[in-house]
Design a protein around this ligand. Structure first.
Ligand code: ADP
Length: 243
């Protein structure tokens, strides 16, 4: 039977930084196409390194990364990935509309297409009143929304969200999750890191726990609770990280 290539396949991924720090060691992971997948682990576990490697932002030491069956550093694979980084890295000289249109340009969208899509994003993320406002004049919540809108501009098949709700108030968190759930319902694969374990428990179909550059466990929230004999994912996490 025909099966879609996994959205992400990491095979023996190792990353050693120039100072000798090994952030990921012989790491294997497969994320099925269409999954809502959570990557959990304490600070320093290697999550951002993993994401940076997938997005070709850092050079990997060894191993292979495929995105929907294509090498991660190919133009095709890169066009399939949308990344919303943990840091709010918006260009302070661009307004909301320009931020989106320029991003579309990086991904080879024609001007009219990028402008049309930018309008769609502005509407979807409730930024109409701010379309001509530059990033430094946006509120924290508006910047987060713009970051997500920008990641989605080029219609990626795999959306990677690195702590999208860090430091975000309750209402905006709910709102961001509504967007992300809707994306997932349309078939987009979501890879998420978060320190909000209840969110991961509720949203993610599967969860990988990582520590010190190694995969500790990978299962559904229910499977993890059973395996670790815990009632809540938070207890699973504590047990897994202490083991
Ligand atoms: P996480 O995102 O899970 O907090 P990171 O991937 O940021 O983890 O970090 C994993 C390990 O790699 C940590 O020990 C961190 O100090 C180290 N690290 C991250 N970036 C660099 C870098 N540019 N140079 C050296 N070490 C780094």
């Amino acid at each position: 039977m025909f099966r879609d290539a996994p959205a992400l396949r990491l095979d023996g991924l190792t990353k050693r930084y120039d100072d000798g720090t090994v952030a990921l060691q012989d790491f294997d992971l497969e994320i099925p196409s269409g999954a809502f997948f959570g990557l959990l682990g304490p600070n320093g576990a290697g999550k951002t390194t993993l994401i940076s490697a997938v997005c070709n932002l850092i050079r990997i030491t060894s191993g292979e990364i495929d995105v929907f069956g294509e090498p991660h550093d190919s133009v095709t694979a890169r066009s399939w990935i949308g990344l919303a980084e943990q840091d709010i890295n918006l260009d302070r000289f661009l307004n909301v509309r320009e931020t989106l249109v320029y991003h579309g340009g990086y991904f080879g969208m024609r001007r009219e297409e990028a402008e049309r899509r930018a309008e769609e994003m502005i509407e979807a993320f409730g930024l109409q009143a701010k379309r001509d406002t530059r990033a430094p004049r946006l509120s924290g919540g508006q910047r987060r929304r713009l970051l997500l809108a920008r990641a989605l501009m080029h219609g990626p098949r795999l959306v990677i969200l690195d702590e999208p709700t860090a430091g975000v108030d309750y209402e905006l968190r709910q709102e961001l999750w509504r967007y992300i759930r809707a994306l997932h319902a349309e078939g987009t694969t979501i890879l998420l890191t978060t320190h909000y374990l209840e969110e991961a428990e509720e949203l993610c179909e599967e969860i990988a726990l990582i520590r010190d550059g190694h995969l500790i466990a990978r299962d559904t929230a229910e499977g993890l609770r059973d395996h670790f004999g815990a009632d809540r994912l938070a207890d699973v996490y504590v047990k897994a990280m202490a083991s």
